[in-house]
Structure formats: C-alpha cells, structure tokens
Design a protein around this ligand. Sequence first.
Ligand code: ZN
Length: 337
Amino acid sequence: MITETTINEAQQKQPKLYAHFMHLVQQNRLTHAYLFAGLAGCGKKAVAQAVAMALFCEHPEPDGAPCGVCTECQRILAGDSPDVVMVSPDGQRIKVDQVRYIKDEFAKSPVEGSMKIFIIEGADTLTTNAANSLLKFIEEPVANRVIFLLTTNKSLILPTIISRTQLVEFSPVAADVFAAELAAEGISRKQTVLLSQLTNSLEQAKALTTDDWLGHLQHELARWYTQLAKRDATAFVTVQTGLMPLATDRERQSIVLDAIIILWQTTLMVKYQQTDLPQPFPDSQADMQTVAQSITQRDLLAIVTEALATKKALNGNMNFQSIIETLTLSVLDGLAE
Ligand SMILES: [Zn+2]
C-alpha cells in the first residue's frame, strides 16, 4: 500500500530524523520553515509527508507517528488534502504560476484543520525573484503554517533563505541499504559506490545505468584522469570526444560535474591516506596514488574547491564545455608546479 511505503521509506532511510520530527509534532514544537537538504531519494519528501500526516492523522500512534491508513493520511498521500500544499518543479524549474499558487495558498486560512503545510520540492530551481517573493512569507511567520523547502543542492539556495529557515541536512541513505537495492536491480558492484554517492533515488540510478551510461562515464573520467596524472594536454581532447557526448542534457551535465567532484574528493581522501574507503572509481586507484604524491595538499584543495564551483557555474548558465575545459587547465597548472 502506498501509505505504508511512504512511512516505511521515511523510517528506513532516515530513522533518526523521522523519530526526531515525530517527537517535535508530539511536543508541538515545529518551527515555521525548514530547508531539507540531501541527495535525491534520501527520504526528504517522505519525512515531510510523514510530518503532515502526523499533524492531521485521526488515529496517531502513541509515539506521534501517523497511522497511514485513516482518511486524512490517505488524502495527504494522494495529494488531495486542501491543507497540505505540495509543489514540485514543472520541468526544469518551479514556474511563475506555481509560485503564485504557493503565495495564494499561503494567504488563505486552513480549510479544514488548524494547520497548513507546504512541501516544495526542488527549491533550488526557484528563480531569485521567486525565492525573494517567498522569503516575505518566511520572514513573517504566520501562525499555523509550516513550510518545507526541499533541495538536492544546498549551494544553489539563496543565503537569505538558508538564514531564515531551519536547515536540516539529510545524510545519504546507509550505503548497505542502498547497495542492496541497486544489486537487486542487477546493477554491477563496480558502479554501486559511485552511484550511491550521486543519488539515493533508485529511479534515477536505473536511468543513469540504462545503456551503461554510467559505465561509459566512469571509463571516460578514468581516461581523463590518467591523462591529467601524466600532465598530458590531450585531456582536452577527452573532454571533447569522451565527456561531451555523454552530457546530452542539463541533468546529465550536472551528474558529470558531480562525478568529477567525487573524483577529486576521492583523490583528497587518498592524499589523507584514507584508502580503506569504498572506491567510486576502482580503475583510477593507481593514478590517484600518483596524483596524491605529486601535488601539495594546498594545490589539491584548490582543485577540489574549483570542482565544487563548477556546479554554480552551470547553474549560472555558463557553457558546459568551457566549464570542464577551464577545470582541466587548472588541474594541469596545479599538477605542473
Ligand atoms: Zn492516519
């Protein structure tokens, strides 16, 4: 049943946060605005929905948890409750009319219950204008309104939003839980470590492994990395011939950058001699040793910082190819010293 899976999902993926929020509901100590940040599929929406259900449930459990089967719980899950407003990006972004809808709903009193809950997925896709217009509501808390902003990319959220909400960082789903799910889907072990660092969504994991897209990405990034380790400028050619054909749309471009960030963060772990951790790029282990030995900690940190900044550049509509080429140049510079 859909209800049970949502509550189970929240419980299994985020046992501590789930228990924490059930406790807050019971104690009537929810604050008015939360920012839930974490990987896709890590249970942010499930926890937010569970909170809404717990608030409206007709027969809550002794620990404050929702029953999942009463009319109210069912309506919330079906998206039919007038007092639980759920919005997710229409395509790439949350559109202007969706923002208007949120604001209209915010201005209205609760229809049936005494509370009104807002669950807004993809909060990082709000335009600056839209985010600022929502900020007005967040700044002036209205009684009996709780807003949950959900994001997979905290770095793209306006600092003004972060400072006016309570930030809740969702940790990735326990590796063994997700790895078991991936294995059950027949995804090879060579890819599960990288996948579990890129997403916690089984649906997205399946999409990324279709036609071995992720396998190709691992292969091309390993090639790019080998060339960089040798200070070989043909790494530029690999960007064009190996990486560009894989970055077919905005989502894939974003994943390629995430994988590059993981590649350099892993190098940093090797530099710090944290070599017993699961390897997202098993074919690059020898090259990582080479790079770690030939670069200072400071230069390596600079590369990781620059890799992290590529996501902002992409969101700022910079050309994807020039983003990776600029990074390639910086890495060659950093390694040459
Ligand atoms: Zn219920």
